[in-house]
Design a protein around this ligand. Sequence first.
Ligand code: F1P
Length: 341
Amino acid sequence: MQTESVTLKEILSQPEAWAAALDVLSGQYQVILDLDPAHRFDQIVFTGCGSTYYLALAAAPLTQELTGLPARAFPASELWLSPRSSYVDGQTLLVAVSRSGETTETLQACESFINDKRGDLLTLSCYGEMPLAKMGTLNIVMPSGQEQSVAQTRAFSTLYLGTVALACLWASRSDLFDSLARLPEAETRLLKNYSSLAAELGRDASIDRFYWLGSGPRYGLACELSLKMKEMSLSHSEPFYFMEFRHGPKSMITPSALTIGLRSTVNGQKEAAVLEDIKALGGRVLDIAETGSGVRFESGLEEAVRNVLYLPVGQLIAFERSISKNLNPDRPNNLDTVVKL
Ligand code: F1P
């Protein structure tokens, strides 16, 4: 494993970053509760760009599941350029997520949201001095997510953890919020137990394509891990909802295909059946789940709060793939840290 990579350091430091972020969130416990979306808003909209849009895709279904409030995710460009086909009438709580806090589309989406008096804005970012961190009714800044690498890893998981905490508090589930404190240790264990497996798969030159399957709150995480594989290693990589894979994409399965399943507990059997179909076609499979899988969390945590644990092994596979192709995961091809228009 290449030791001097910034990306690797950032992946391996996620347990500490999460613990620090949870301290920040605990400090904002009451102001988060006081937003009281269940009684003050008709919908919650999550937004971001690239990785942070995928974060929004992961946050919305979990928030709706826990709070019962309608919650949706849009790329910031859609909210900026096509607000009428995005927002529904009524008051909206907009949750804007950005590592940098200065992505133009995200700033523009927030500015027009405020100008159109659509509701209240909550921002989640990593740099308190950047514009986004000054725009919200509430601005939550988690500096432990700051990164040097262009490809988001620690920033993504830390900001995502922030949205999980919001959902727990808004659902009056302080028990779930308190259990988040057990995630850093679970993550440390995963990194210790599965780094070599991730290296073996990432470096396996007989694999030429990667598919990432996830449903519900896990689909956005599948999208993010697929993007990591693209950004860091320029590999063929695609995400799908679990059951969707049979409806066409399955045609792409060959012995050179690796499918990573972010398997849930709630629908675990049906999702496992998709993975069995893939294996029957000669495809390779990595099953990640709480128990009974290739990568096992064994966290003892409720499903709603442990989805962040699907990230590190997938991030490491992408990192190892990049190194095995003599690429630089810290500086992905064609990409900048922030898109400014
Ligand atoms: C959004 C983003 C990243 C992507 C790249 C360009 O940044 O699209 O997701 O990996 O770094 O910017 P941010 O708004 O989260 O800072």
